[in-house]
Ligand binder design. Structure first.
Ligand SMILES: [Zn+2]
Length: 105
């Protein structure tokens, strides 16, 4: 098991402490640095692209006609993450051309 250091997304400080859970069961943290402007945050906040719900939203938005850049901006992730996820998802389906024929993507 690898424990990644938990960092405050605002000041990048690692002096953080647990601060209850979010409504969807995620561990919430709060920075202990008194000078930091940041409040509570969720550990995987900066790595949204790996969350199952983000992956789900990528597919949903694409099916609803959003381009890759739109999807990335709305979800707060990189376009590469969107493209990689779509490639993964479309590999086993026959709708691949549908995903990549969007001129706005
Ligand atoms: Zn901070």
């Amino acid at each position: 098991m690898v424990l990644l250091p938990i960092k405050c997304p605002v000041c990048n400080g690692t002096d953080v402490t647990e601060h209850g859970n979010t409504s969807n069961g995620k561990q919430r943290f709060i920075g202990k640095d008194q000078t930091c402007e940041g409040k509570t945050f969720i550990q995987d906040y900066s790595d949204k692209g790996r969350l199952p719900e983000t992956k789900h939203q990528i597919i949903e938005m694409t099916l609803n006609g959003s381009g890759i850049r739109d999807t990335a901006r709305v979800l707060g992730i990189g376009p590469v993450t969107v493209i990689n996820e779509l490639k993964k998802r479309t590999r086993s389906t026959r709708s691949e051309s549908q995903f990549f024929s969007n001129p706005r993507a």
